[in-house]
Design a protein around this ligand. Structure first.
Ligand code: NAD
Ligand code: MG
Length: 398
């Protein structure tokens, strides 16, 4: 069998690097056709030296001259693309059979949607795209025959626990609930008062997972779990009320599915994203991922507790957005992206993140039920503008 062609969108990030590490272990099985990053030109060229892709792309077009000159120095001559549309072009290349959607944030939506429309095996890490426009992505995949494979460890775990033949987007037969586990983030044991003085550095030092900065902050606020709840509702065709979030600090049980007969199936493993990545790439087969095998005797105990939405209001906001439906998940996502960026830049306190999100949701007004991409992108833009105004108000107050 010839090697499967892969495009890794967001190749220099945490998921991108983990993906390349899995691919590195299976050189005959996969061929890296395309790599894309936003701005890390040096790392991109190092990756190109190793994987020899046919296409290299940089989303920040101002870096194109630097990319060209480094490629030339390295003696490499791939096709080079640049700018915000490059990811979409790579996602639909005929020589690409599988797309790893590992761009962070709303920026990943167009390419994720393009891959779904082009009938690819679509490995989705880019949860923001599903939160913003999940029904569109699923509908595009249904029309084209694209296979959607969740990379988010919880959703991948649930997928593994579903009955054979379950179809994404439709409530699986016999399933009563799904339970999403959450590590609780670095501040799970902190008091509300201590949370007020959290710094970006503290927020990015996750106790279990090593991840990009945006998702690290989302894990610290529990917005990540909120986004994942919306993502799960969509992928598994369940209302928010049938998805329970459980804090599980060891991050060994990656999520669970409860059946009507009382059976509960869980997927366990070391907290290492290479497991869901290898699963999504190889499914329905299995292949080695390089992760350390789980030693239950060393783990020794598994703890579960309820989340505290008083200290972590982002989770409640996400439930509210899921219940409201329409464009509200996209509005929440946009407000959160703006707030997290401001927090990382030192312009907003940790508590300002849920405050900004709540203010934007409250200011939104009636939902128009945006279904088309243009309407969703317009909602995203308006929510970002409202979040900007809210930040200015908070800064003026401080
Ligand atoms: P990261 O910040 O480490 O990497 C992001 C990648 O996207 C980089 O390669 C960057 O160059 C690229 N990128 C950023 N902005 C871009 C833009 N405007 N256009 C094109 N490319 C752009 O992030 P990550 O931790 O790898 O997360 C990626 C996605 O996967 C996120 O949606 C995150 O929620 C999800 N995810 C990550 C993990 C994890 O363990 N890191 C787990 C589950 C889900
Ligand atoms: Mg996750």
């Amino acid at each position: 069998m010839s090697a499967q062609g892969i495009a890794v969108l967001g190749s220099t990030g945490s998921i991108g690097e983990n993906t390349l590490d899995v691919l590195r272990q299976h050189p005959g099985r996969y061929r890296v056709v395309a790599l894309l990053a936003r701005s890390n030109v040096r790392r991109l060229v190092e990756q190109a030296r190793e994987f020899r892709p046919d296409y290299i792309a940089i989303a920040d077009a101002t870096l194109l001259p630097q990319l060209r000159s480094l490629l030339q120095q390295a003696g490499l001559a791939p096709q080079v693309l640049a700018g915000p549309r490059a990811a979409e072009e790579l996602a639909v290349l005929p020589e690409v059979q599988c797309v790893m959607a590992a761009i962070v944030g709303a920026a990943g939506l167009p390419s994720t949607l393009a891959a779904a429309g082009a009938g690819k095996r679509l490995c989705i890490a880019n949860k923001e795209a599903l939160v913003m426009a999940g029904p569109l992505v699923l509908a595009a995949a249904r029309r084209s025959g694209a296979l959607i494979m969740p990379i988010d460890s919880e959703h991948n775990a649930i997928f593994q626990c579903l009955p054979a033949g379950a179809r994404l987007g439709e409530a699986p037969a016999g399933v009563r609930r799904v339970l999403l586990t959450a590590s609780g983030g670095p501040f799970r044991d902190w008091s509300a008062a201590a949370l007020e003085n959290v710094t970006p550095q503290q927020a990015c030092a996750h106790p279990v997972w090593s991840m990009g900065r945006k998702i690290s902050v989302d894990s610290a606020t529990l917005m990540n779990k909120g986004l994942e709840m919306i993502e799960a509702a969509l992928l598994f065709g369940l209302p928010a009320g049938r998805i329970e979030v459980v804090i599980h600090r060891q991050s060994v049980v990656h999520s669970l599915v409860e059946y009507v007969d009382g059976s509960v199936l869980a997927q366990l493993g070391s907290p290492d994203m290479r497991t869901p990545i290898a699963h999504a790439l190889a499914w329905p087969e299995r292949m080695a991922s390089g992760v350390q095998f789980l030693d239950l005797l060393r783990v020794a105990r598994l703890d579960f507790e309820a989340p505290d939405t008083g200290r972590f209001p982002c989770l409640a906001l996400a439930v509210e957005a899921a219940r409201a439906g329409g464009e509200m998940p996209a509005v929440l996502n946009a407000a959160n992206e703006v707030a997290v960026e401001a927090f990382l830049a030192g312009r907003l306190g940790f508590g300002g993140i849920p405050e900004t999100c709540a203010a934007v949701m409250n200011a939104w007004g009636s939902l128009n039920g945006a279904r088309e991409l243009d309407a969703i992108l317009a909602a995203d833009a308006r929510a970002r503008a409202l979040a900007g105004e809210e930040l200015a108000r908070q800064e003026a107050k401080a």
